[in-house]
Write a protein that binds this ligand. Structure first.
Ligand code: CMP
Length: 140
């Protein structure tokens, strides 16, 4: 296993409920280190660009509206096998299907307001990290 970095977003439903610290505690308990973090209000253009891969999906418009409805916290998580580990800690996309103890089971509201996003592959992690952070912002 290699040390990897992955892009994580704590989403508007979580910032609105002031639970970013509780979510970060689950990341840290799992051995992931937060090596960059910034609270930001996404613009519509940023949200559309970030989720461009979903632009043909029926939920794209709703997803963009949701992602700009409140601030998000963008972060880089680092650790052994961080991409897969973060996806384990997040749980299934739909909180109704997520395992006990995962972020989405504990905090997610529904399939859209599911509290967190995490990169799904090393290629996408590199692209998504570069979307929000310069190298100098990431301190391991
Ligand atoms: P995320 O892991 O960020 O990837 C795309 C996001 O789209 C997903 O989390 C959810 O927030 C949202 N999403 C996925 N499926 C649906 C759906 N069926 N209806 C509404 N939103 C969805």
């Amino acid at each position: 296993m290699a040390v990897e970095r992955t892009l994580s977003i704590i989403k508007p439903d979580a910032t609105a409920r002031n639970i970013t610290g509780s979510i970060n505690a689950l990341f840290e308990d799992a051995g992931l280190r937060i090596v960059a973090q910034r609270r930001v209000r996404l613009t519509r253009e940023m949200a559309e660009a970030f989720y461009a891969v979903h632009q043909e999906r029926s939920f794209f418009g709703e997803l963009v509206d949701y992602m700009i409805s409140a601030p998000v916290v963008v972060q880089v998580l680092e650790g052994e096998d961080a991409i897969a580990k973060n996806r384990e800690v997040m749980g299934a996309t739909n909180p109704a299907n997520a395992d006990e103890g995962t972020v989405r089971k504990e905090f997610g509201l529904n399939v859209q307001e599911n509290s967190v996003h995490g990169s799904d592959s090393p290629e996408n992690a590199a692209i998504e990290i570069a979307f929000f952070f310069a190298g100098v912002d990431i301190v391991g």
